[in-house]
Design a protein around this ligand. Structure first.
Ligand code: FAD
Ligand code: NAP
Length: 865
């Protein structure tokens, strides 16, 4: 369909859109709906983008067509019926053309028009976009709908120009097809394009030789008619189905698995993998268990499963081994869906050449030379991929404010806010740009969300008489940081993938898409708008307003934990009653990772301050003793918890500080109110010091440590020991300590709710523990002690999103002011409950390590022992 390449009349429009793929087409629709003038500039001679260019045999989508289709036109969903689960390229292109016809889109599109450069004019507040046919377009808003996988990778194999036979690229396949009959054909590459095309090329060619550098994971697509069940799901309530997709992890409604791969029996795991193999859906590959992309051992179970499938399909065991990917985890490169891919290697005229062990040295006039062999071919197919995500954007010479080019700005990797915009380039938008979920999702859902956000923003500017919008440096820097921190929680950055830019020589290696998921990302974009375009500067005739800020400050694992807790809609702890809250905390603790193995655990008792019996748990390192001793006080607001409730953290501190840790179950409120816990702290420390040798530890100074109310007990114990003249305490580690009963610092308000520990429950704890009039006693509020000098050295750890942050900070400052050697670790993006969560919260590992190191240094313990 190339008939209507009519140039739009105007060269002066509200919005210029580059690219007439699914993104550019919908952006034009939204511009028209808003009554804005728009023009689309497209290098090809028709709409379709990816599906216009990639016409190689076997090209089809790898997300079910019912999902990989527009949702913005409800009628279209009735009018268009997909013929297969995974429609082939011609059908998807027809779909794009059908939409263009139906909405008369081509009238505002200029085809055969490549955008070469674009420049921002700070005086007129407009972009001038320059094209290869000399036409300039001036626009207020400039949208790069240029695609993530639209810039073919430049061949990087020596001699490519010398070959005199036929050369094809899967990414720019001839429109009238290719006949490989009686041809000797080479395919270079084994990514998705190769995996789809190889079986069909093999079906025609006389000989097919596949040059493989890295094998990929592939599962059978099981293409065919769409199942009645799936269609019923979809048809039952299309709007609800689409809405679920928008808030899902990857843009397709799917149940989130509750278990990790290692949490089920071998038989159960195998059964689930078999079901995934039979289902033939890409998102099922890494979606069978919840930790496939995060836990190497879990991923290995899937890797082995797929290896076994390859071995049982491919006849020649040596070929099968070559096809088994071993240098990356499943899902860290995009997995493939295939039809008879592995079976193709059983055909006598198909050969696999491993170019890792036998590298290509050059392409010659007649074929390909490898280190070991010379091959003759009639045709070479390059299925070598794309300069993904950034290639098409920096392919245009874009100059922003002050003459800065985008290429210069992104020299070390792309910097964007939300993958949508970048500072220094006002009113320049990217659709599915780097820093957005894009290629990790069903792109159709991500495209629609970006187009809507951009259109809404353009409308917002118009409605508020504003000329420009531009992210701030802080907002984009912190978004990149947040996205990288998310990626670092996964195995994704470990692979040499195009997600990391590794496939293009010289490209900066950074993880390009945002791995936090489609639904979470959408919520973030919405929140940015709700908070008055947080992280953006908006400018109009009335001046410039900078709403600087950081949209996601919580560390990603902490954010996910809080979201999970919020979804559980648990009643507030303080409404459960004391016994209910205790039972709840015990059950919650039981579900957490157990922490490392220690050498020995001893459960016993010691006498409390009033002669009562206190339980303790002793953790001994596996190394040769005797070891110095740390006395540890658990968290729980003086009301909850036990000698074993901080088990994982105690194990961690024992192993990593190489000290014996004695965790003491001091008396709890409301049964034993203030000062019972404080007095028991001193009594326990004294008893442990007196019995150090019997406990298998070294006699001499102790260290003390605690978390939350336990850190309050520890701090008070250090003060009481000073007053009492013993026991000798060499150092104190205070994690998120309660230090002051006057709860009127900013963090008590700012972090009062939403971050795990709430002020409501903190006040409940205080009420149980201590009357308001006695809270100023230093045994309850150690910060209020008259003299803090002479106390043991301290490590005070506080968390940004903890109501207790400021009182902890104040205690660290007060100790330092009194001359006490203090290390003060202020943990950005962390909450009150994150740091004790050993092995569950990865981003706080450094804080746990700092605690263990501090104990080791206080105690003089040989940590390397
Ligand atoms: P594109 O479709 O890439 O369109 C961009 C357009 O911009 C192109 O037409 C290009 O010619 C034009 N352009 C670029 N630069 C310029 C310039 N300087 N001047 C003028 N025009 C320019 N995603 C999925 O979610 N599911 C799938 O199953 C799936 N299968 C895929 C299969 C293949 C073979 C490939 C390559 C990608 C696949 N993708 C898939 C990703 C796919 O790219 C997106 O789903 C989607 O089609 C992208 O649409 P787009 O409009 O953003 O970009
Ligand atoms: P790709 O995944 O990047 O694969 C390129 C292949 O070429 C890889 O095997 C790569 O090996 C190899 N290669 C690149 N340069 C080479 C060189 N100099 N020498 C030897 N081998 C070289 O590209 P793609 O297959 O076109 O797919 C790109 C993406 O497009 C996919 O991941 C997917 O998102 C999308 N896509 C989807 C479908 C679908 O099923 N719907 C189909 C096609 C594409 P290395 O791995 O060693 O670099």
């Amino acid at each position: 369909m190339t008939e209507s390449s009519t140039a739009a009349a105007s060269t002066d429009v509200d919005i210029v859109i580059v690219g007439a793929g699914f993104a550019g087409m919908y952006q034009l629709v939204r511009a028209r709906r808003a009554g804005m003038s728009a023009v689309v500039l497209e290098a090809a001679d028709d709409v379709g983008g990816t599906w216009y260019w990639n016409r190689y045999p076997g090209a089809r989508c790898d997300i079910l067509s019912v999902d990989y289709s527009y949702s913005w036109d409800p009628e279209l969903q009735q009018e268009w019926q997909w013929s297969e689960r995974y429609a082939a390229q011609p059908e998807i292109l027809r779909y794009a053309q059908f939409v263009a016809d139906k909405h008369d889109l081509r009238r505002d599109m200029r085809f055969n028009t490549r955008v070469e450069s674009a420049a921002w004019d700070d005086t007129t507040h407009r972009w001038t976009v320059h094209t290869d046919n000399g036409d300039d377009v001036s626009a207020q808003h400039y949208v790069m709908a240029t695609g993530c996988l639209s810039m073919p990778k430049v061949p990087d194999i020596e001699g490519t120009d010398q070959f005199t036979g036929d050369v094809y690229f899967t990414s720019t396949w001839p429109h009238d097809g290719v006949d490989f009959t009686a041809k000797r054909v080479a395919v270079i590459g084994t990514g998705s394009s190769a995996v789809q095309s190889i079986p069909l090329i093999a079906a025609e060619a006389e000989q097919l030789t596949v040059f493989q550098r890295t094998p990929n994971f592939s599962i059978p697509a099981r293409n065919g008619p769409i199942s009645d069940e799936r269609m019923a799901d979809f048809r039952a309530d299309r709007a609800a189905y689409r809405e679920e997709a928008r808030h899902s992890a990857a843009g397709v409604p799917r149940e989130t698995p509750m278990e990790g791969a290692l949490m089920v029996s071998d038989d159960e795991r195998r059964a689930r993998y078999e079901a995934m193999w039979e289902a033939g859906e890409l998102l099922g590959v890494t979606g069978t268990f919840n930790d496939t992309l995060a836990n190497a051992d879990s991923n290995d179970t899937l890797r082995q499963f797929i290896h076994d499938k390859i071995r049982s399909t491919v006849d020649d065991p040596d070929v099968a081994e070559l096809l088994c990917p071993t240098n990356h985890y499943v899902g860290t490169k995009r997995a493939c869906l295939d039809t008879n891919y592995y079976e193709t290697y059983n055909l006598p005229h198909v050969r696999l050449v491993d170019i890792r062990s036998n590298p290509i040295t050059t392409i010659t006039e007649t074929g390909i030379d490898t280190a070991d062999e010379s091959f003759e071919f009639d045709a070479i197919v390059f299925a070598t991929g794309f300069d993904a995500m950034t290639g098409a954007i920096v392919g245009v010479d874009i100059t922003g404010r002050d003459g800065m080019t985008l290429k210069q700005k992104w020299a070390d990797g792309p910097v964007t806010y939300l993958g949508l915009m970048t500072s220094g380039f006002p009113n320049l938008y990217m659709i599915t740009g780097p820093g957005s979920p894009s290629v990790l999702s069903n792109m159709m859902v991500s495209i629609e969300q970006h187009v809507d956000w951009i259109a809404d923003t353009a409308e917002h500017l118009r409605a508020n008489h504003l000329n420009t919008i531009e992210p701030t440096r802080l907002a984009e820097t912190r978004w990149v940081q947040h996205s990288n921190e998310f990626a670092d929680l996964t195995l994704m950055p470990t692979a040499n993938s195009w997600y990391m830019g590794v496939n293009v020589p010289g490209k900066p290696q950074v993880f390009l898409p945002y791995p936090g998921g489609v639904g979470r990302y959408r919520a973030t974009c919405d929140e940015v708008v709700e908070r008055g375009y947080l992280g953006f500067a908006l400018e109009g005739p009335a001046g410039r307003t900078v709403n600087d800020g950081i949209i996601r400050e919580l560390k990603p694992d902490v954010q996910v934990m809080l979201e999970t807790m919020a979804e559980m809609e648990l009643p507030p702890l303080e409404t459960m009653g004391v016994e209910g809250a205790r039972a709840f905390m015990e059950a919650a603790g039981a579900g957490m990772p157990p922490g490392p193995e220690v050498g020995e655990i001893v459960d016993s008792t010691l006498p409390g301050a009033d002669g009562s019996t206190l339980e303790y748990r002793l953790y001994r390192p596996a190394t040769d003793g005797p070891h110095p001793i740390t006395v540890y006080f658990h968290g729980g607001g003086w009301v909850l918890g036990s000698a074993t409730s901080d088990d994982a953290l105690c194990r961690y501190l024992c192993v990593n500080s190489n000290s014996v840790v004695v965790s003491v179950d001091y008396r709890h409120a409301p049964e034993a109110r203030f000062p019972a816990a404080a007095d028991d702290g001193l009594a326990a420390a004294t008893w442990v010091a007196d019995h150090a040798t019997e406990l298998g530890g070294t006699a001499g100074p102790l260290a003390i440590a605690g978390w939350s109310a336990g850190a309050n007990v520890a701090a008070v114990t250090a003060q009481q020991a000073k007053i009492a003249g013993g026991p000798t305490i060499s150092g104190q580690v205070l994690l998120c300590p309660v230090t002051d009963g006057t709860t009127d610092r900013p963090s008590h308000t700012e972090n009062a709710d939403g971050y795990g520990l709430t002020m409501a429950v903190m006040n409940w704890f205080w009420d149980h523990y201590c009357d308001p009039e006695t809270r100023s006693d230093p045994k309850a509020s150690p910060l209020l002690a008259a003299d803090l000098s002479g106390l043991p050295p301290a490590l005070v750890v506080t968390c940004q999103f903890d109501p207790l942050r400021d009182e902890g900070d104040a205690y660290a400052d007060a100790l330092a002011a009194a001359g006490v050697p203090v290390q003060h670790l202020q943990c950005e993006g962390q909450t009150h409950t994150a740091i004790p969560a050993v092995d569950a919260m990865v981003t706080s590992e450094y804080a746990r390590q700092a605690m263990a190191d501090a104990l080791g240094s206080f105690l003089g313990a040989s940590v390397s022992a």
